[in-house]
Design a protein around this ligand. Structure first.
Ligand SMILES: CC(C)(COP(=O)(O)OP(=O)(O)OC[C@H]1O[C@@H](n2cnc3c(N)ncnc32)[C@H](O)[C@@H]1OP(=O)(O)O)[C@@H](O)C(=O)NCCC(=O)NCCS
Length: 195
C-alpha cells in the first residue's frame, strides 16, 4: 500500500517556508536545470554519475524542496554494493544558489536520512565536503578500504551507519545495484502512404 503523501514544512529564521516532498515526474526539467547550474553541464562525467547511469533511485528516496511553488532543492539516494555490503549512495544534493543558507540543504539531508533509515537501510555513503556532511554524522571512518569507479579524493568519501557494523569488512569497489531505468517504448510516427 502506498503511504499517503504528507508534505512537511520547515520554517526558517528568514520566514522563508519551504516544503520537502517526494520528487515528481514534473520536477525533471527544473531539477536538471538546477543541477546544471550547481555542477556545470559536464556533470555527467563525474565519478559518482557512474553509480547512477541507467538506474532508478531507491524507492521513496528522491526528494524535492519546493519554495513558492518552485523546485529549489533536490537529493536522491541509490542502491549500491559497497565492497559486498548493501548500502545507499547519496547524491546529488543541490540547492538553488538564490535559496542557500536557509536550511534547505539540511532539511533535504535530514528528510533523506530519516526516510532511508525508516525504510530499513543500514548505511549511506557519499562523495562530498566533509566539513558540510560531518554535521549529519558522515565521516571517513568506514570508507578507507572502499573505492569508486573513477577518480576521487579519499577524504571526500564519507559514510554513516544506521546499524553499527553495517560496513564492517566493506572493501573494494562501490558498484551500482539499483533497478534499471525502464526502457521507453519508441513511438514511431505513422508512415506516410504514397498517394
Ligand atoms: C551544499 C549545499 C547543498 C548546501 O545547501 P544550503 O541550503 O545552503 O545549506 P544549509 O542552509 O542547510 O546550510 C548552510 C550551512 O552549510 C555551510 N556549507 C555550505 N556548503 C558548505 C561546504 N561545501 N562546506 C562546508 N560548509 C558548507 C554554510 O556555510 C552554512 O553554515 P552555517 O550553518 O554554519 O551558517 C549548497 O550549497 C549547494 O547546492 N552547493 C552546490 C552543490 C554541492 O556542492 N552539493 C554538495 C555535493 S553533492
Amino acid at each position: 500500500m502506498t503511504a499517503p503523501r504528507k508534505p512537511q514544512v520547515a520554517f526558517t529564521s528568514k520566514a522563508a517556508p519551504f516544503v520537502i516532498r517526494a520528487e515528481r515526474a514534473g520536477d525533471v526539467a527544473t531539477r536538471e536545470a538546477l543541477l546544471d547550474a550547481c555542477f556545470g553541464e559536464n556533470r555527467h562525467g563525474r565519478t559518482c554519475q557512474r553509480l547512477r547511469d541507467g538506474r532508478t533511485p531507491a524507492a521513496g528516496l528522491a526528494l524535492s524542496a519546493m519554495r513558492d511553488g518552485k523546485l529549489v532543492g533536490t537529493v536522491r539516494l541509490w542502491h549500491v554494493s559497497a565492497g559486498g555490503r548493501p548500502a545507499l549512495v547519496l547524491g546529488p544534493l543541490a540547492v538553488d544558489p538564490a535559496c542557500r543558507e536557509l536550511g534547505i540543504g539540511a532539511a533535504l539531508m535530514q528528510h533523506a536520512l530519516a526516510a532511508a533509515r525508516a525504510r530499513g537501510h543500514d548505511a549511506v555513503i557519499l562523495l562530498g565536503d566533509a566539513p558540510y556532511y560531518a554535521r549529519f554524522g558522515f565521516s571517513t571512518e568506514r570508507t578507507a578500504e572502499l573505492s569508486l569507479p573513477g577518480p576521487f579524493e579519499r577524504d571526500r568519501l564519507l559514510a554513516i551507519e544506521f546499524t553499527e557494523g553495517a560496513l564492517d569488512g566493506a572493501e573494494g569497489m562501490i558498484v551500482p545495484t539499483g533497478a534499471a531505468v525502464p526502457k521507453r517504448r519508441s513511438v514511431r510516427a505513422p508512415e506516410a502512404h504514397a498517394a
